[in-house]
Write a protein that binds this ligand. Structure first.
Ligand code: ZN
Ligand code: ZN
Length: 253
């Protein structure tokens, strides 16, 4: 069988990617990868797709190509809640992201900030990360949770086996399993194997994502694919919207 991996998460010039849609397709073809365009759709991300009408125009453009039509939505921004069902159905898949997390005092913290607020310890940060993820999983009808281990840069210096307790890992895996959301193995924010193995063992579907923005990065899913295989996932079980369907309704009769 002529199986090829799907890159369920890649950016084009519709948001902050360097490549045109045609260039994304060419790059993916050169790597033997099935492409998607999964640009930022949010009022709080670097993108031109910032309104329901802009979402429809984005899909108008993608429908001209032989490409999976994705979108990366910020949980903390309300735009995803405003998109009408007939527009949602035009996506082959949707990806949900925690680019900001909700802290215990209900303020939001942008995860790309290096400096943590005073009094926010790494363990309090991780509690906020998990509780935000649990809300995302309950609220957001997405197919994939992007870069599950994306945290503030200051915390990336901590060994993930210490930053992530096993009980935090179990909460993440349970939330995704209960919601039917796939765990993205990101090439950009690479997860530790223990967490990926826990997700696979719990029956959470795995999804490959380059999160590529440059020609070098787009469609490079070699590391995510190798990690998925190393924890025992079968190639044909890796998330493919056409094979496995989508919560967008795109493949419903
Ligand atoms: Zn992201
Ligand atoms: Zn992204």
């Amino acid at each position: 069988m002529n199986w090829r991996p799907v890159d369920c998460h890649a950016h084009s010039q519709h948001s902050d990617g360097a490549l045109t849609v045609t260039e994304v397709l060419e790059r993916a073809a050169s790597l033997g990868v099935r492409p998607s365009v999964t640009d930022h759709i949010s009022r709080d991300a670097p993108t031109r797709v910032t309104s329901p009408s802009a979402v429809a125009e984005y899909l108008d453009d993608l429908e001209q190509y032989d490409v999976l039509r994705g979108g990366e939505f910020c949980w903390h921004d309300a735009l995803w809640r405003e998109i009408p069902p007939e527009t949602v159905r035009r996506f082959t898949h949707r990806v949900g992201s925690l680019h900001s997390i909700r802290l215990a005092d209900h303020s939001f913290f942008r995860v790309f900030h290096r400096d943590l607020p005073d009094a926010l310890s790494p363990s309090a940060y991780m509690e906020a990360h998990l509780s935000s993820l649990e809300s995302l999983a309950r609220e957001m009808p997405v197919d994939v949770f992007a870069h599950p281990t994306l945290v503030s840069p200051s915390l990336r210096e901590i060994d993930p086996h210490d930053l992530w307790s096993e009980s935090l890992e179990e909460r993440l895996v349970n939330a995704l399993r209960d919601a039917g959301i796939a765990f993205e193995i990101s090439n950009r924010y690479r997860p530790h194997e223990r967490l990926v193995r826990r997700a696979a063992d719990a029956g959470v579907r795995l999804s490959l994502g380059s999160d590529g923005h440059s020609r070098q990065q787009v469609a490079d899913v070699a590391f995510p694919l190798a990690l998925a295989r190393s924890v025992g996932a079968r190639d044909e079980d890796l998330y493919d919207p056409i094979r496995h369907g989508s919560r967008t309704g795109a493949f419903d009769a």
